[in-house]
Write a protein that binds this ligand. Structure first.
Ligand SMILES: Nc1ncnc2c1ncn2[C@@H]1O[C@H](COP(=O)(O)OP(=O)(O)OP(=O)(O)O)[C@@H](O)[C@H]1O
Length: 262
């Protein structure tokens, strides 16, 4: 275990057995994350990104190697590490406030008033105080994802694992939520691991990008994003990183229209 590592994966491999066959999904994954770091994972569909998040969060265990979180081997999920999905998982019959409070119900040490206060604080963080008494069906997709983020934040996780959280949103909502996520992270200092297909999103948000190869899933390149914050999507340095990533996926073509999703 490296001294400064907050999350550490050591030679992690994962196999699944299905219909009498064993498939190797991840092979020899090693990386460490410092406290406060934002790491994105980019890779083609099926390369094992979600499996990797599940292993970090303790929702599944590796076939080989080990995962550590804050110095302890991960054996099961912890409320210090929260998973956020593309599908918001809100209960339609509960208001925004009640949905956010839901995440706090297992915390028996909190009184009803404390639970409400914490829920309201995180609703404020995502800018939804005006909508706290509305139901999910009365909200746009972007607002629903903000409720899901508020519910995760209320738990005060130190590590947020995000599985394509903005993939279902239109471009402007996505940009808006990406900025909000950066703002929240600045305040809350959480570690974030983001799985995405969106190359621009990874460059805009991350300190570091892990680029994965498939069959079996492995890290083929690690890219430090040395751009100042706040970042400017239209800056030429942004184009420099896009090109590096597109080259890594062998997508670059001189003169071709670039598509920044993989
Ligand atoms: N529980 C499981 N049992 C058997 N195979 C599984 C299981 N979970 C995942 N797999 C297989 O592992 C491989 C990687 O899946 P995973 O969902 O981690 O990929 P991904 O990179 O996140 O894909 P996508 O970008 O499409 O979401 C796939 O071939 C998938 O079918």
């Amino acid at each position: 275990m490296k001294a400064e590592a907050f999350v550490e994966l050591n030679e992690v491999g994962k196999e699944f057995s299905a219909q009498g066959k064993t498939i190797r999904v991840l092979s020899n994954i090693s990386f460490t994350m410092k406290k406060g770091e934002f790491v994105s994972v980019l890779g083609k569909s099926g390369c094992g990104k979600s499996t990797l998040l599940n292993l970090i969060g303790g929702f599944d265990s590796p076939s080989e190697g080990s995962v550590y979180f804050d110095g302890e081997e991960v054996k099961k999920p912890s409320r210090r590490a929260i998973m956020l999905f593309q599908h918001y998982g809100l209960l339609p019959w509960r208001t925004v406030l009640k949905n956010v409070e839901l995440g706090l119900e297992p915390e028996k040490s909190l009184s009803t008033a404390e639970r409400r206060e914490r829920a309201l604080d995180s609703i404020k963080l995502v800018g939804l105080e005006e909508s706290k008494d509305r139901f999910p069906a009365q909200l746009s997709g972007g607002m629903q994802q903000r409720v899901a983020i508020a519910r995760a934040l209320a738990i005060r996780p130190e590590l947020i694992l995000m599985d394509e959280p903005f993939a279902a949103l239109d471009t402007f909502n996505r940009y808006y939520l990406q900025d909000e996520l950066l703002h929240i992270r600045e305040q809350e200092k959480n570690n974030i691991v983001l799985v995405t297909h969106d190359i621009d999103e990874a460059i805009y948000l991350s300190d570091r990008i892990l680029i994965m190869d498939a069959h079996p899933g492995r890290i083929k390149q690690t890219l430090e994003i040395n751009l100042p914050s706040p970042r400017d999507r239209s800056h030429s340095d942004f184009q420099y990183y896009r090109k590096l990533i597109l080259d890594s996926f062998h997508f670059s073509k001189d003169g071709a229209t670039l598509e920044f999703n993989i």
